[in-house]
Ligand binder design. Structure first.
Ligand SMILES: Cc1cc2nc3c(=O)[nH]c(=O)nc-3n(C[C@H](O)[C@H](O)[C@H](O)COP(=O)(O)OP(=O)(O)OC[C@H]3O[C@@H](n4cnc5c(N)ncnc54)[C@H](O)[C@@H]3O)c2cc1C
Ligand code: SF4
Ligand code: SF4
Length: 388
């Protein structure tokens, strides 16, 4: 692979959209990357995540929201199997059953390697239910999407927030793809690398080559991280340990500078509606619950329809104040973005094209001391070569 130096390559989110125009490959860390420098004649790189997410920094800390809810699927099987409350799965199943769409494009565990994913085009509910759960590993939801779309059909796409932003921007520029009628996403703190997944296997005493099934969470909420080998040996650790101690420590470059981890370009975005204990998220086992942000009227109407038909339970939130405590990582990443980007700029590092003034106002959410800590911490990591 030719060494690329442009911004889009450094901060590629691995969505796979450019693969519809250019060849791509999986890099050594497991992420999809284009094989050559993006040429705007072949592909309009303005839609790439590092170029498009910056538009949303002036839309408030949590982005535009029509209505916010707590909720879960009323199907006990989906709620239990799903990552949180199963809202994303319930939405996709409902749309297929009611024939409002023909196909859901989403990500599933790869049949050849449980630590990787593949993008699938599902046309029935069973297939959708088999995609339940969070996969804390690379995915390229938009791979080949433009080549395979049939204009006589209607689609919904579920992908990472970055994938959904890229697709939203692309559809805005190419109205012929408006037959992708729903865009859904989940809150996302980052995509762990292949190496992070290997470290997790070591910690769980699993021989990667012997791994048959792997779930990062689910079968409860949050549920345990569970691996089963070909010999039937089962190894589990707490979700908090697998994400907090291993996976979350090695994520894509762009994830550290991501503005839209709470899914701002989707019709509906779902996260963990953690219960709070002393204003901190509690990971004690419980029945699954999503926090649900309806980003568009269309998304909000769909949620109300499922609620009225008894498919999902919804409880409206009057205020978003709890998000700060429920999603401390998302809150901190956004609030500290000014300090980290400033340090990067001072060290002449490439950064997504942020408007510093719009970031400045969010830096006031955290103390001056914390801002300085982030600023000097970033400088230190650059000097030590831990940030390239
Ligand atoms: C990488 C990653 C980071 C996350 N970070 C956060 C966070 O910071 N805060 C938080 O609250 N929650 C986080 N989550 C969890 C997720 O946001 C919630 O579980 C969300 O509420 C979805 O719950 P659900 O029960 O509706 O999903 P389900 O009904 O179980 O559906 C999950 C959907 O996500 C899709 N999916 C799973 N993994 C991937 C992937 N790697 N790429 C693309 N699509 C995928 C599946 O295909 C399925 O459609 C993260 C999940 C992932 C995969
Ligand atoms: S962000 Fe998406 S479209 Fe842009 S280079 Fe990366 S994979 Fe391709
Ligand atoms: S943190 Fe942001 S850039 Fe990283 S995978 Fe999630 S949505 Fe994409």
């Amino acid at each position: 692979m030719a060494k690329l130096s442009n911004l889009e390559e450094k901060y590629c989110c691995g969505c796979g959209l450019c693969n519809n125009f250019l060849e791509g490959m999986i890099d050594e860390k497991g992420y999809f990357r284009p094989c050559k420098e993006l040429d705007s004649q072949e592909f309009d790189k303005s839609v790439c995540y590092c170029n498009s997410m910056v538009k949303s920094t002036n839309k408030g800390l949590w982005g535009e929201i029509k209505e916010a809810y707590f909720g879960y699927s009323t199907d006990e099987n989906i709620r239990k199997k799903a990552s949180s409350g199963g809202i994303l799965t319930a939405l996709a199943c409902y749309l297929l059953r009611k024939k409002e769409i023909d196909c859901v494009i989403q990500v599933k565990v790869n049949k050849n390697n449980p630590l990787t994913t593949e993008t699938v085009w599902n046309t029935n509910e069973n297939e959708v239910i088999n995609c339940c759960g969070s996969r804390y590993t690379a995915s390229a939801s938009l791979i080949d999407i433009l080549k395979k779309i049939e204009f006589s059909k209607k689609y919904a796409v579920i992908g990472k927030p970055c994938d959904i932003r890229v697709l939203r921007e692309y559809i805005n520029l190419h109205k012929e793809y408006e037959n992708i009628i729903y865009l859904f996403t989940f809150f996302c703190a980052g995509t762990p690398s292949k190496q992070a997944n290997s470290k997790l296997m070591e910690r769980m005493n699993i021989d990667e080559n012997e791994l048959k099934h792997f779930t990062y969470r689910g079968n409860g909420w949050p549920g345990k991280t569970t691996g089963i080998t070909n010999k039937g040996e089962v190894s589990t650790i707490e979700y908090e340990e697998s994400w907090g101690k291993v996976l979350g420590r090695d994520i894509q470059n762009i994830c550290r500078f991501c503005w839209e981890g709470v899914g701002e370009a989707a019709d509906i975005s779902c996260g963990d509606g953690w219960y709070l204990k002393d204003n901190k998220p509690s990971f004690e086992e419980s029945d699954g619950r999503n926090i649900i942000l309806a980003r568009t009227e269309k998304g909000n109407n769909l949620l109300k329809k499922l609620f009225n038909e008894g498919e999902i339970q919804l409880e409206k939130l009057d205020s978003l104040d709890c998000l700060k405590y429920m999603q401390p990582g998302q809150y901190m990443r956004k609030s500290s973005m000014f300090a980290s980007i400033l340090a990067m700029k001072l060290m002449l590092k490439k950064v997504p094209n942020y408007n510093m003034l719009s970031l400045l106002k969010y830096s006031k959410n955290i103390s001056i001391k914390t801002n300085f800590k982030i600023f000097f911490g970033t400088l230190k990591r650059i000097i030590k070569g831990r940030i390239k």
